[in-house]
Ligand binder design. Structure first.
Ligand code: SME
Length: 157
């Protein structure tokens, strides 16, 4: 695996385009899920500097906190609760431009202003979610959705 990350300047799309092959390099030859999630969280945090980025994994009827970068976070989220629990229930990416206007948003950090949650899907089943939080309003758009969905498609359970 590659062990150094090159941080790129440029448009969001350019940043993702340079980051994706590096993430593939990080995952190459490593089959351990936790190790791979940890490196993806780190690579995204290093490149984009978001407030919080990490994973929750499905454990029975709830999501449990997995590898992440950023401030401490709530450890368990029920299906259908918060942005993460809704992304799990719907098996669909959720973009929240203003968390204060999203009913049911779970505020792990009072500094979070916007959020994107992307489900991890294996054989039609959601096994976790990628969650990214920004201190800026309206930080995430269709470009993030497209590239983050591509990144999570590299994750093998
Ligand atoms: N805001 C999330 C909870 C997780 S933290 O942001 C890390 C939610 O509403 O599901």
């Amino acid at each position: 695996m590659a062990e150094d990350l090159t941080i790129i300047k440029g448009t969001k799309e350019e940043q993702y385009r340079e980051l994706i092959p590096q993430i593939k390099g990080l995952l190459e030859g490593e089959t351990d899920l936790i190790a791979n999630l940890a490196n993806i969280a780190s690579a995204l945090k290093e490149q984009f500097g978001w407030l919080w980025v990490g994973f929750y994994l499905v454990r029975k009827d709830e999501l449990v906190l997995g590898p992440f970068q950023g401030p401490v976070a709530c450890t368990r989220i029920k299906k259908g609760r918060g942005v993460c629990g809704i992304a799990w229930e719907k098996a669909a990416t959720m973009i929240v431009a203003d968390v204060k206007k999203f009913p049911g948003h779970i505020a792990c950090s009072s500094l979070s202003r916007s959020e994107i949650v992307v489900p991890l899907i294996n054989k039609g089943e959601v096994f976790g979610v990628l969650d990214a939080d920004s201190a800026e309003l309206d930080a995430y758009d269709q470009t993030d959705k497209r590239f983050l969905e591509e990144i999570v498609s590299f994750i093998n359970m």
